[in-house]
Design a binder for this molecule. Structure first.
Ligand SMILES: NC(=O)C1=CN([C@@H]2O[C@H](COP(=O)(O)OP(=O)(O)OC[C@H]3O[C@@H](n4cnc5c(N)ncnc54)[C@H](O)[C@@H]3O)[C@@H](O)[C@H]2O)C=CC1
Ligand SMILES: O=C(O)/C=C/C=C(\O)C(=O)O
Length: 486
């Protein structure tokens, strides 16, 4: 069985106390790897390694040297593409197609884009008038923030972890990554890449383990972690924020969503169906940007429900590598139970189940995997738990609407504010709506179309701060002003 260790100071090391935990395949339910579980002393060692690396060879790198090294990291990921695809598929059970075209290429791109950003984005400068007429020059200098604690989730593990590690390293920081206990493989594999291209030891570290009273909490509580970047559940964000308050450390949070998809009768119907079926069912609905509330203008409501039903029923379950498979399992038994409990609750709350609602028939070899049917409901009240709470599964509730004002109110009636997707040919209306919907990311006639230079993050309980392009520089650096009297 695959043995996966922690990665500290450039070495793959077991936990000091020898503790390990099992990694289970979402596809078959079998144990596929044994993972070293970092204790407090292992986490401490990783943080001290990262802190020491800040003063070592890494600190002597010019910006250009760092940029070149991050390009080499990206190139080595691309050279080892098949290894990353295999590890990510083993971790998540999602089809190889998604790994090949989205998650792994994005992992490599996450290093290049921030290398480009740090190289090309200037800092501010101001000339100040002074009474003697000679003036003063102010200019900004970006310095690394220090040791960054990276707490990453399981739904797109490599993409979301590198989305944080890329800018952190580009800015000259060092990192300690705590990947989700469900998906440790690609973070550790990245350690091999770091060693291969010569990233100095201690710059990139990985500690495996769980959240509370485990590696996640030990890392976020550690006083030598200077800032914490986190993607995951809102409640976890609250716990991390409390830990970060000790020592007034900075946080960047990307958390849950209960995103609305809004479909007007004048939309390009086929494109809207394609878009909403992706936003509701891609990655088995385990995407924070996904759509669990769909609002459809009344004249096309019935047609839309029927067409989305057809899409949901057309998915092909199977092993990630099997030909034609386009749909994977949920990440864990625990998550499957959670999503199924919402499927039950929807019925209790009075939903009409248009399709799905349970566990599909799968071949014998997959019976212990965490499979679940894509599910569509209608007829729920606007305050139903299933319409209000993030489920993080392949499901959506569809409700008709009659006016722009009404649907803006519905879209905003949530504690979350991550993303929305609007489908209409009336672009002035799209712009009006985009201005009024309280989210960090608004897509029009598209979904998950990502330009990595743009601001990414959520309002309300969906997050704190923005990452992406120059916005990442704000979080991963301190901006120092130097004032020179001339
Ligand atoms: N991108 C997103 O918005 C994501 C949302 N979720 C939501 O969260 C739910 C639960 O999934 P989980 O993986 O359990 O999310 P989670 O928020 O508990 O875990 C995310 C990461 O935080 C760590 N963590 C948990 N508690 C911690 C603590 N007290 N201190 C430090 N680190 C801690 C975990 O070990 C993991 O690495 C999902 O059902 C879904 O609703 C989950 C993953 C991603
Ligand atoms: O594209 C990104 O940078 C982030 C995407 C986020 C998710 O897919 C997620 O957290 O589910």
């Amino acid at each position: 069985m695959r043995q996966v260790e922690n990665f500290i100071r450039g070495e793959f090391v077991a936990a000091r106390d020898g503790k390990r935990f099992d990694k289970v395949s979402p596809v078959t339910g079998e144990v596929i790897a044994s993972i070293a579980e970092a204790g407090r002393s292992d986490v401490n060692e990783a943080v001290l390694a990262a802190k020491a690396a800040l003063q070592g060879e890494w600190s002597t790198f010019t910006t250009n040297q760092r940029v070149e090294m991050l390009y080499e990291v990206a190139d080595e990921i691309t050279r080892r593409f098949e290894d990353f695809v295999e590890a990510e598929m083993a971790d998540t059970g999602q089809p190889s197609n998604v790994m090949r075209h989205v998650f792994i290429p994005r992992g490599a791109a996450n290093f290049k884009i921030f290398a480009d950003t740090i190289k090309n984005v200037p800092t501010e400068s101001f000339m100040l008038d002074t009474p003697d007429g000679a003036g003063a020059l102010n200019y900004g200098v970006r310095t690394p923030k220090g040791v960054i604690g990276v707490i990453s989730p399981w739904n797109a593990p490599f993409m979301l972890m590198t989305w944080k590690v890329g800018p952190a390293l580009a800015c000259g920081n060092t990192v300690v990554v705590k990947p989700s206990e469900e998906t440790p493989l690609t973070s550790v594999l990245l350690g091999e890449v770091m060693n291969k291209v010569g990233v100095p030891k201690g710059v990139y570290n990985v500690v495996n383990g769980f959240g509370p009273d485990s590696a996640g909490a030990f890392l976020t509580e550690h006083k030598d972690v200077d800032a914490i970047t986190f993607t995951g559940e809102t409640r976890t964000g609250t716990a991390i924020m409390k830990a970060a308050a000790e020592g007034t450390r900075d946080v960047s949070f990307e958390m849950g969503g209960k995103n609305a998809g809004i479909v007007f009768a004048d939309c390009d119907f086929d494109k809207a169906i394609e878009g909403i079926s992706r936003s509701s069912f891609l990655n088995s609905g385990q995407v924070c940007l996904g759509t669990e509330r769909v609002y459809v203008e009344r004249p096309i409501f019935d047609k839309f429900v029927a067409a989305l039903k057809e899409k949901a029923e057309a998915v092909n379950y199977g092993k990630p590598t099997d030909e034609g498979v386009n749909y994977g399992p949920l990440i864990s038994k625990e998550h499957q139970d959670k999503v199924l409990s919402y499927y039950k609750k929807a019925v209790e709350e009075g939903a009409t189940v248009i399709t799905g609602g349970g566990v599909p028939e799968v071949p014998e070899a997959l019976k212990n995997g965490h499979w679940i049917q894509p599910t569509i409901w209608t007829d729920l009240a606007d305050d139903a738990a299933v319409v209000k709470e993030e489920i993080f599964g392949p499901c959506c509730h569809i409700r008709p609407f009659d006016s722009e004002e009404e649907v803006i109110g519905l879209a905003n009636s949530t504690d979350y504010g991550l993303a929305t997707t609007i489908w209409t040919k009336d672009l002035p209306r799209a712009h009006r709506m985009a201005a009024k919907i309280d989210v960090g990311i608004c897509w029009v006639n598209s979904w998950f179309l990502r330009d990595l230079r743009t601001a990414f993050g959520g309002t309300k309980q969906s997050g704190i701060g923005r990452e992406g392009g120059v916005h990442s520089l704000e979080f991963y650096t301190e901006l120092r002003n130097v004032c020179v009297k001339l």
